[in-house]
Design a protein around this ligand. Structure first.
Ligand code: C5P
Ligand code: MG
Length: 159
């Protein structure tokens, strides 16, 4: 019998002038980026938490404490790879992932395919198993006012 697990992830970072904007491991040219201890890649952080959630193995901060200097400026690839390895070790295959980035601007549409391709590469999945969506916040609330950005992710594992 096939076992199925799902996990949910969410992340939120402040917008900061002069910081890089990195989403799904892809650098988006912009005059602002996201503040954070690591590279502040909200999409990969949400996705990492979705995988850890499906495995019931806590959250990203438990595996990579932001008080630990070894993770300062760390590429979030490593967080995601760690969560994917934990899934593999336990015999799980990632069936699909779906993500949403909520950012008022810039427009991200043209980065959808590079981000999908990079996430698929990092998770060793096919392109049609990786969904990336974008939303504004309709200029309302901290995201809408350009103070922060959010990402949501869901992952389904099968065994
Ligand atoms: O938030 P809203 O529904 O107005 O977004 C409309 C479309 O604009 C989205 O479906 C998405 O394709 C695109 N979008 C984008 N970059 C953003 C926000 C939204 O490309 N930062
Ligand atoms: Mg984060």
């Amino acid at each position: 019998m096939t076992a199925i697990r799902t996990g949910l992830g969410w992340d939120n970072h402040r917008i900061a002038e002069g910081r890089p904007l990195i989403l799904g491991g892809i650098h988006v040219p912009c005059e602002f980026g996201l503040d954070g201890h690591s590279d502040a890649d909200i999409l990969l952080h949400a996705l990492t938490d979705a995988l850890l959630g499906a495995l019931a193995l806590g959250d990203i901060g438990m595996h990579f404490p932001d008080t630990d200097p070894q993770w300062k400026g760390a590429s979030s690839d490593r967080f995601l790879a760690h969560a994917a390895a934990l899934a593999r070790e336990r015999g799980w295959t990632i069936s699909n992932v779906d993500t949403t980035v909520i950012l008022q601007r810039p427009k991200l549409k043209e980065f959808r395919e590079p981000i999908r391709a990079n996430v698929a590469r990092l998770l060793e999945m096919e392109l049609d198993q990786v969904s990336v969506k974008f939303k504004t916040a309709e200029k309302v609330g901290p995201v809408g006012e350009g103070k922060s950005a959010e990402a949501q992710a869901i992952a389904t594992l099968i065994r």
